[in-house]
Design a protein around this ligand. Structure first.
Ligand SMILES: [Zn+2]
Length: 196
C-alpha cells in the first residue's frame, strides 16, 4: 500500500466520510502547503493525547479542570446536562447560558447495553448533593434514549430536592408546520407560551 492508499483507507473509517470523500481529502493533502499538513498531523495526534474529560463536568479539555468550570463568573448553581462534549459548544454558541455543564458522555440505551452506570450519572448526582446546585437543566437529545435519560435524571434529582427542567421542544425556525413530524408538533403544542 502506498502512503496515499493508507491515508484514504484511514480517512474512510471516519464518521461522515465515505470512500469518495476520503479520496478527495487525501488528494487535497497531496498538494496542500507542507506546513499546513504537518500542523494538521501534529494536531490530530495532540487531540488524542492531550484532551481529556474535565474532572468536574466531563467536557474535553487540555487541563484537569475545563475553562468553564474554572471560570468564577459562571453560576455554579445551575447545571446544564448534555449527552456529549460537542453539545456544550452548541449551547455556548447561543451566549444565553451562564451556568455550568455536566457531560454524560452517552445516553441510556438498553438495546446497546448502556445503563445508568455506563454514563456519567453518578458524578452528576454527587455534584448535586455536594455543590449547592439549585437547578438541573436537561438538554439531552429529543430521541427515545435522550428522553428516557432525562426522565431518569429528573426523578433522581427530584429525590435530592433539586429542580429539574428540560429544554422546550418546538418547531424548527424557518420551516413550515406541514413538514414537521407529529411528535414535534405535539411537543410544541404542549410547550406553547402565552403571548399577551
Ligand atoms: Zn468542566
Amino acid at each position: 500500500m502506498t502512503s496515499l492508499e493508507r491515508v484514504v483507507a484511514s480517512l474512510a473509517k471516519l464518521p461522515g466520510l465515505g470512500r469518495k470523500s476520503a479520496s478527495r481529502v487525501a488528494y487535497h493533502l497531496l498538494r496542500a502547503d507542507p506546513a499546513f499538513v504537518r500542523t494538521l498531523a501534529a494536531d490530530i495526534v495532540a487531540v488524542r493525547e492531550k484532551m481529556r474529560p474535565c474532572r468536574q463536568c466531563g467536557m474535553y479539555a487540555e487541563t484537569d479542570t475545563c475553562g468553564i468550570c474554572a471560570d468564577p463568573s459562571r453560576d455554579p448553581s445551575v447545571v446544564c446536562v448534555v449527552e456529549q462534549s460537542w453539545d456544550v459548544e452548541t449551547i455556548e454558541a447561543t451566549r444565553e447560558f451562564r451556568g455550568r455543564y455536566h457531560v454524560l458522555m452517552g445516553v441510556l440505551s438498553p438495546i446497546d447495553g448502556i445503563g445508568p452506570n455506563d454514563i456519567r450519572l453518578g458524578s452528576l448526582l454527587e455534584r448535586v448533593r455536594a455543590d449547592g446546585i439549585k437547578e438541573v437543566i436537561l438538554a439531552t437529545n429529543p430521541t427515545v434514549e435522550g428522553e428516557a435519560t432525562a426522565a431518569l435524571i429528573s426523578a433522581q434529582v427530584r429525590e435530592l430536592g433539586v429542580t429539574a427542567t428540560q429544554l422546550a421542544h418546538g418547531l424548527p425556525m424557518g420551516s413550515d408546520l406541514e413538514y414537521s413530524d407529529r411528535l414535534t408538533v405535539s411537543r410544541a403544542l404542549r410547550a406553547r407560551v402565552r403571548l399577551n
